[in-house]
Design a protein around this ligand. Sequence first.
Ligand code: SAH
Length: 248
Amino acid sequence: MTGSLTVVGLGPGEPQWLTPAAADALRAATDLVGYGPYLDRAPQTPGQQRHASDNRVEVERARHALALAAEGRRVAVVSGGDPGVFAMAAAVFEALEGGDPAWHRLDIRVEPGITAMLAAASRLGAPLGGDFCAISLSDNLKPWEVIETRLSAALKADFVVALYNPISKARPWQLGRALDIARTIHTPQTPVVFARAVGRPDERIAVADLAQADAGQADMATLVMIGASTTRRVGPYLYTPRSYGIAP
Ligand code: SAH
């Protein structure tokens, strides 16, 4: 097999946040595969074919990309942020697992990108300076009970929790429920971050106390972060110290 497939992370939005390695992988591709709006963010390369698809059909899109690579094409599958974080890289390996065994001989690579959580953190200061975890609030691919169990455990363990996919038209109540759970575990003053469209022209960053945090502040392009008990403000910044439970 001479074809190749690279899953490329585009970063959160700002062109300067696309790594040089990711830009090289995009330029080298004969075919770009991805969700339309992400394809629009990839720089134009003459002669390259673009295969736009709907957002909901990740595994189908991954299968199509693998089939193109098996025909000998150099395929780049584009993904927002980092492709390994709730995104296309896992969909590609899922398609590989369920697909033609010959595909195992393809040259498959993953080109990392800046994930939303890290971009958001950089705008605030250092809220991820201690231990943290990331949870997708989307219950499209896992039962809501699993999400609640993981969220409660993470909050009780006092991780800073980054919430991806906090809300959408089809999932309107999940973030409100997640904030209610947090209110039973953390103090009312715990900082909650709403970082929307980080690195894009319509970026908006807000920090609220948990008591006032309103799920209505979030949309599909928002990364929500719930602080740990040590997460605090210093001047206009927000940070979580590296040390925990050790007297200064
Ligand atoms: N692979 C992506 C995440 C895909 S899940 C990454 O690594 O960032 C989609 C979710 O990511 C969105 O619902 C939102 O919570 C978050 N997200 C993606 N881009 C974002 C951005 N520019 N600003 C804030 N949140 C973003």
